[in-house]
Design a protein around this ligand. Structure first.
Ligand code: THU
Length: 138
């Protein structure tokens, strides 16, 4: 079983691979599948700006492209580089990433926002994206 702490640590490691020369805002994410696997992602920026991909979507796209579609939780950690190396804020997923997560949410997905492995808050995706539009609407 993967604990929330372990998931945050995986997100923190993924954050070290973030490519953020423009914003300096580095994010890591770790997505736990119902089958118990963990897919990580970091944000990847572009000089053209709009092709930038958030950490959460990198993780989701890696997982889905390898056949995974059922997820239990995602841990997210990030923020501007601090001199201490510590993460000062809770990075909250952008609207686009919330919608992408919603695509694969059966109503039970947990979103963990972390500053460290022992400082995190957990939400249901539904709380972060109420009245969402998804497959049932089509
Ligand atoms: N970013 C993420 O990776 N995840 C979020 O949920 C919010 C924003 C990235 C995108 C960009 O590289 C940087 O943070 C600043 O917006």
């Amino acid at each position: 079983m993967v604990t929330p702490q372990e998931l945050v640590l995986a997100a923190l490691e993924a954050r070290s691979f973030a490519y953020t020369p423009y914003s300096g805002y580095s994010v890591g994410a770790a997505l736990l599948t119902k089958s118990g696997r963990v897919y990580t992602g970091c944000n990847i920026e572009s000089a053209a700006f709009s092709p930038t991909n958030c950490a959460e979507r990198t993780a989701v796209f890696k997982a889905v492209s390898e056949g995974e579609r059922e997820f239990d939780a995602i841990a997210i950690i990030g923020g501007r580089a601090e001199e201490t190396g510590r993460v000062a804020e809770f990075a909250s997923p952008c609207g686009v990433c919330r919608q992408v997560l919603r695509e694969f949410d059966d109503g039970g997905m947990t979103v963990i926002l972390a500053r460290s492995a022992d400082d995190f808050k957990a939400y249901r995706l539904e709380e972060l994206l109420p009245f969402s539009f998804s497959q049932e609407n089509l």
